[in-house]
Design a protein around this ligand. Structure first.
Ligand code: GDP
Length: 309
């Protein structure tokens, strides 16, 4: 297979797989399509958490131990803002702030999110196209026992504590895929869904009608890496959400969720694997760079094994 891999991804969990793929695939043969449903404005600045996580991870700037933000970050801005009475439920490090301020300045000059993101990536020597799913605003909201909450209020502000009954993607129906997204899917030799949260990180991508249609019409394999290990999420609310939405915490449920789109699922050794699609197993826990490469290789091998039609 001539590799031309497209990966659909959210933030932290997904970025680890994208990093593994980026390290092993030849330059020019990988494109990332990234969730922007988590994007929001804070202190008037446009924040794109998943795009920024990818930029930090692929340029070697991510704070891996903390699980978000930049390594070696300083907090002078937050301290000063707090002293002025600002809300501090969402932390913005000084280095991180540079990204958001420059993005805002670029928007004011008429640039789109895709253009700004590719400029940042080029500046940091990241050769992989990092495409936002859309340049149009799509907002993830959860219906919860505390009422409707925007994604960051739920995820960061309330630390995922509220019980979720439904998830909505405001603006998704009207959103157009960003430039290059449909073209990348049409030119792909395989598509990989990263082990990101299927409900919060991948569903917003799939909720954009033209993007989903391009995936449905594809002639190439689509495989996912399960975010569950022994029925639990490595990090974040995936398992808690599944419980609250009444979904059994198994790989069968992950496969069922992706439905007809899915040809194969990579699962953790010893975990359940649905028998009606292609399957492969490896240790899917990605703690080190070697782990990321192993999971990336296994996902590519699984995609090669899948026959369609
Ligand atoms: P977010 O957008 O920053 O919340 O991150 P993602 O949605 O991309 O990733 C969250 C998901 O990644 C969770 O469901 C985790 O279980 C999963 N995840 C994180 N690290 C790993 C890992 O090392 N292996 C696997 N298989 N899944 C992981």
């Amino acid at each position: 297979m001539n590799d031309n891999i497209v990966v659909l991804t959210g933030g932290v969990g997904g970025a680890k797989l994208v990093d593994g793929l980026y390290r092993i695939l030849p330059t020019g043969s990988l494109t990332a399509i990234v969730n922007t449903g988590d994007d929001f404005r804070h202190f008037g600045l446009p924040i794109s958490p998943d795009l920024d996580t990818l930029l930090y991870t692929l340029s070697g700037k991510a704070n891996v131990a903390q699980g978000w933000g930049r390594e070696g970050e300083s907090w002078t801005f937050m301290d000063a803002a707090r002293s002025l009475g600002a809300e501090d439920w969402f932390n913005l490090g000084d280095g991180d702030l540079a990204l958001h301020i420059l993005r805002r300045a670029a928007f004011e000059n008429g640039d789109t999110l895709s253009v700004v993101t590719s400029r940042f990536a080029a500046q940091w020597g990241v050769s992989l196209p990092i495409l936002p799913m859309s340049d149009d605003a799509v907002e993830t909201w959860v219906d919860s026992d505390e009422g409707p909450l925007s994604f960051q209020r739920y995820f960061v502000g309330r630390q995922c504590a509220p019980q979720v009954s439904a998830i909505r993607f405001r603006g998704a129906k009207q959103a157009k895929p960003a430039p290059g997204v449909v073209e990348a899917i049409e030119a792909a030799s395989a598509i990989i869904i990263a082990p990101s949260n299927p409900w919060l990180s991948i569903d917003p991508i799939l909720a954009i009608p033209q993007l989903r249609e391009a995936l449905t019409l594809r002639k190439v394999p689509l495989v996912a890496v399960s975010p569950l290990i022994e029925g639990k999420a490595v990090k974040g609310p995936t398992r808690k959400l599944m419980d609250e939405l009444g979904i059994h915490p198994s790989n069968a449920s992950i496969a069922e969720h992706y439905g007809d789109l899915l040809d194969g699922l990579l699962t953790h050794i010893g975990d359940d694997t649905p028998s009606y699609i292609y399957g492969a197993q490896t240790n899917t826990l990605m703690l080190t760079h070697e782990d990321r490469i192993r999971v990336a290789r296994s996902s590519l091998e699984l995609a090669r094994k899948c026959k369609r039609g």
